[in-house]
Design a protein. Sequence first.
Length: 88
Amino acid sequence: MNRSGVAGLMLVPFFLVLLVPPVVSVAAAHFAQSFVVKYVILAAFAALSVGLYALLVPLQGRSLERRERDILEAVTGKGGDEDSQIIG
């Protein structure tokens, strides 16, 4: 199996995990017989998602900046001091 096939295969469990929060909220609403419960749980999952996003974006940005700096140094053959204006 090639790389894209493996990546596609790895998406299946990822999508199954993404289905868990809506299923949990619908099941809770069904057992509680309340739409309010369903929407409160959905709102809690949405807040959790936004919180995780807020935590992960700066980490991903720093990692990307490091990689870009390494590529720039490899291409130009210079250290990071001379190129500080380019990267920010």
